[in-house]
Design a protein around this ligand. Sequence first.
Ligand SMILES: Nc1ncnc2c1ncn2[C@@H]1O[C@H](COP(=O)(O)OP(=O)(O)O)[C@@H](O)[C@H]1O
Ligand SMILES: [Mg+2]
Length: 308
Amino acid sequence: MGKHVAVLMGGWAAERPVSLKTGAACAAALRDRGFRVSEIDVGRDIAAELVELGPDVVFNALHGPFGEDGTIQGLLEIIGLPYTHSGVLASALAMRKDRAKVVMAAAGVPVAEGITLSRFDLAKKHPMDVPYVAKPVADGSSFGVYIVKEGRNHPLEELARADWPLADEMLVERFIPGRELTCAVIGYPEGAKSFGVTEIKPATGEFYDFDAKYAAGGSIHVVPAQLKPNIYQRIQEMAVRAHEALGCRGVSRADFRFDDATDTLVCLEVNTQPGMTETSLVPELAAHAGLSFGELVEWMVADASVKR
Ligand SMILES: Nc1ncnc2c1ncn2[C@@H]1O[C@H](COP(=O)(O)OP(=O)(O)O)[C@@H](O)[C@H]1O
Ligand SMILES: [Mg+2]
C-alpha cells in the first residue's frame, strides 16, 4: 500500500459544492495510483480528526475561506502534517485580492486600478466612473461580482441587503474589456513553469460568472488560447512571476483579462486552490503540457511539505 493521503474537502464556505467535486476527483485519481485515501468532509473539529487519523500527507481540496486563506494551512503547520498547495502566507495574501495586487504590481505584474471599500459605502454612490467591477475582496467562484455599466442600475439594493452572504469589504476595479484568459503554473523546485494559457468564452451571460464556471456547457475552453505568440508568452511569464511574488507552492492559476484593441493585459487574481476535477482548467492545461490528471495529483502529493 502506498502513502496514506487524507483528502480535505467540503467545509462550510460558499464553494463547498465545488470543493466536494475537486475532492472526489482527486481522491479517485490517487486511489488509482495506489495511494490509501481517506476523504474528509471538513468540519470545525478537523484538527482532532486529523490527529486521530494520522495520515502521511494531506491533500487540500478545499476552496474559499478557511481552505484557501491560510487558516487550514496554519492548522496543518501546527499539527505537523505535510500538505499540498501553497503555505500560510501565500494563501492568505492571494485570497485578499487587493493586497495581492500590491505585491504583484511591485513585481511588475500588471493589475487593474482599484479601491477597497465597504458594501455600504459602495451602495451609496459610484466610487469611480463606470464601467467598473465590484467584487468581494476575498471570495471566489464569481460570487457577488457586479459589472456596473452605463445606463444600468447601481446594485444598491442588493449590496445593502441584510442577508448579504459574503464579507462586507468589496474591491472596485476598472472594467477591463476583452478576453478572459487563465494560466496554470506548477512550482517545480528548479523553478516555476507555466502549463500554458486557456481562453474562456462564457457560453451565456456576459462574464465568467458562477454558471459559466460550473454549469455543463457554461463556457468553452480554448486550449491553447489563440493569441499572438508574444502575448501568449507574456501571460505565461506574468503568471509565473505572480506565483513567485506571492510565494505560492504546488500549482496555482492566474486569471487575466486581455484587450486586443489596446493591448492591455491585466492579472485579476491568483488562485492558490484552483478547481481540480479532470475537466477543470489546471488539469486541462497540464494535459496539454503532457501531464495526465493522475500524474499531476501524484506530483502534488510528492511536493507536499510542512515546516520542520
Ligand atoms: N476588472 C475586471 N474587468 C473585467 N472583468 C472582470 C474584472 N474583475 C473581474 N471580472 C470578471 O469577473 C470574474 C471573476 O473575477 P475574479 O477576480 O477572477 O474573482 P473570482 O475569485 O470570483 O474568480 C472574472 O473572471 C471576470 O470575468
Ligand atoms: Mg477568478
